[in-house]
Design a protein around this ligand. Structure first.
Ligand code: TRP
Length: 334
């Protein structure tokens, strides 16, 4: 059975961008793959180190997000990154294999540095997180990593580290493949490029109907359409992008009809948005029901995370031992 590993930073609740980028794939694949899902609290701390309490609390929220969309703890292993110190140890060995300039060139790191306004004061921990993420992936000998498009440079760097290690010390690590979601990237409700909590342009998996209604109502559409008889644009329009991303088969006919009418200037934004609201509600309803169940069973969450983390830690311990053997760096007699 092939193995997948993926994970999420624990900074807050996950949103529909996470769903189409990676959650959907991990839930689908857990039947046919050995599935590991990491609650990446150590990574979350690299840009939230002033706020460890928030990162800690979000571990449980993100765990519940995963379970609510259908991750099944009997099939998948859900675990907490900070409880596996061997990942940090593996990171240290990998740090020798990467240059500073290579880290600085990583496009995702570059984007994030700009977004977070670190300027020239870049914390080493932050710059180093791609190496730590490589340890997350290689520590599990993952074959496939289901992630959103923004994570592609991380995977590229991980593959380089795996190859370099194998070359230097002998065949040790699986070189993993990326798997992008059905919709690789979902733009924010403001028509902006990335969904981000701080921009307030997201729809969270935990939003209630009122929050969804408000967000949909204020959504960016096509700025050139002053009245509804002006032919509109559906391709850069988050309303239609979300309809395509979240619509179920029974919505398809209406989606296609609305697109035609929109392109021809034959339908108003309000009508399309009302329909989008329904589609999102249909999507979120079963997720909300599960969330309620898990939220009222905190003991169950603790048990899932405890069992999962023990199982996950064993895997990384085995890999670390293998890596040290390859390096002729294990002191087994001590
Ligand atoms: N970087 C991912 C994010 O921002 C989280 C993550 C940490 C991850 N370790 C990982 C994803 C390993 C895939 C594989 O959400």
């Amino acid at each position: 059975m092939k193995r997948i590993l993926t994970g999420d930073r624990t900074t807050g609740n996950l949103h529909i961008g996470h769903y189409v980028g990676t959650l959907e794939n991990r839930v689908k694949m857990q039947d046919t793959h050995q599935t590991f899902v990491m609650l990446a609290d150590v990574q979350a701390l690299t840009d939230n180190f002033q706020n460890p309490g928030r990162v800690h609390d979000a571990v449980f929220q993100v765990a519940i997000d995963n379970l609510s969309v259908g991750l099944d703890s009997d099939k998948s292993t859900l675990f907490i990154q900070s409880l596996i110190p061997e990942l940090a140890e593996l990171t240290v060995y990998f740090m020798n294999l990467v240059t500073l300039s290579r880290l600085q060139r990583n496009p995702t790191v570059k984007d994030e540095m700009q977004q977070k306004g670190f300027g020239t004061n870049i914390p080493v921990g932050f710059l180093n997180y791609p190496i730590s993420q490589a340890a997350d992936i290689l520590g599990f000998q993952a074959d496939i990593v289901p992630v959103g498009k923004d994570q592609a440079p991380m995977l590229e760097q991980t593959r380089e580290i795996a190859k370099k290690f194998n070359e230097l010390y002998g065949e040790t690590f699986v070189v993993p493949e990326i798997l992008l979601g059905r919709v690789a990237k979902l733009i924010g409700t403001d028509g902006n490029n990335k969904m981000s909590k701080s921009l307030g342009n997201i729809i969270s998996l935990s939003d209630d109907s009122e929050q969804v209604r408000k967000q949909v109502k204020s959504m960016y559409t096509d700025p050139n359409r002053v009245t509804k008889d002006v032919p509109g644009n559906v391709s850069n329009n988050p309303v239609f992008i979300y309809l395509d991303a979240l619509g179920k088969p029974n919505h398809l006919q209406t989606i296609n009809e609305f697109k035609k009418r929109y392109l021809a200037g034959g339908i108003g934004d309000v009508e399309v948005k009302d329909f989008l609201f329904e589609v999102i509600e249909d999507f979120l309803e079963p997720i909300r029901a599960k969330r309620e169940y898990y939220q009222s069973n905190p003991e169950l969450i603790n048990k899932i995370l405890k069992t999962g983390t023990e199982r996950a830690r064993q895997e990384v311990q085995n890999t670390l031992e293998k890596a040290k053997k390859s390096m002729h760096f294990s002191f087994n007699d001590f």
